[in-house]
Write a protein that binds this ligand. Structure first.
Ligand SMILES: [Zn+2]
Length: 235
């Protein structure tokens, strides 16, 4: 494949169909890197990432062999996103960029814990369609759609639905609301057991459920759930 390469201040952009809109993507990556680093509570010392733009999911599968709208290749500090449009999909880029930044800037782990990784990548978007991550958690609780602790920490990707991503984001949100951003590297390395040891809470999963149950009923709307499909896509 013949990629066109263009290097900006914040990103190296590759496109295989036409000249890439370097200035647009460079500004977006620069803005998102600063926002994500602040939200995760880390200094952005990551090397300039490479961003490969493909036209659609079919092209992405051809390039990466994976079935998704976006893929983060942490070992290569690279992103591949199906986003060759005039208006870049910030939500998608933010999600994949969070995967890269978490791998580069949080304490090293052999393999990311899936629910923590996807929860973080969903959570770094401050809200979705006007709804907070807490509101999504409450709506999922009310609809009996929250994964159990065993499902969350087991084969997370086998859950195979967008709700699991929003549930994971709500749990990250709960940890940060309760214990601050220092809880993020703890979850990243050791999941809920690490959080329990570090914070002293006896059962972090049950504490999350109780926290959602105490939230005022006005947050519990079907709109909250409908928006999940647009904001927690399969990325
Ligand atoms: Zn993801």
């Amino acid at each position: 494949m013949n990629w066109t390469r263009a290097e900006g201040e914040h990103v190296v952009l590759y496109d295989f169909r036409e000249s890439p809109a370097l200035a647009v993507f460079d500004r977006i990556i620069g803005d998102l890197r600063a926002e994500i680093a602040t939200r995760m509570g880390v200094d952005d010392a990551m090397a300039k990432p490479e961003l490969f733009l493909v036209l659609n999911r079919e092209d992405l599968r051809r390039v990466t062999g994976m079935e998704a709208a976006g893929v983060a290749l942490s070992q290569h500090n690279a992103l591949v996103v199906a986003d060759r449009r005039n208006r870049p999909n910030r939500l998608l880029i933010r999600h994949e960029l969070t995967h890269l930044m978490a791998a580069a800037l949080l304490p090293a782990v052999d393999e990311p814990i899936p629910w923590v990784s996807e929860g973080l990548a969903t959570w770094t978007t401050p809200e979705c369609a006007g709804h907070s991550h807490r509101a999504f958690g409450v709506a999922l609780l009310e609809a009996d759609l929250l994964p159990t602790r065993a499902q969350l920490e087991g084969d997370f990707y086998a859950l195979g639905d967008v709700y699991s991503y929003s549930a994971a984001a709500s749990l990250v949100d709960f940890a940060v609301e309760s214990w601050g951003r220092d809880s993020i590297p703890v979850l990243w390395q050791e999941s809920l057991a690490g959080l329990e040891e570090w914070s002293g809470v006896a059962d972090a999963y049950s504490a999350w459920i109780a926290y959602l149950g105490e939230t005022p009923a006005k947050a519990r709307t079907l709109d909250d759930l409908a928006a999940v499909t647009t904001c927690a896509a399969d990325t």
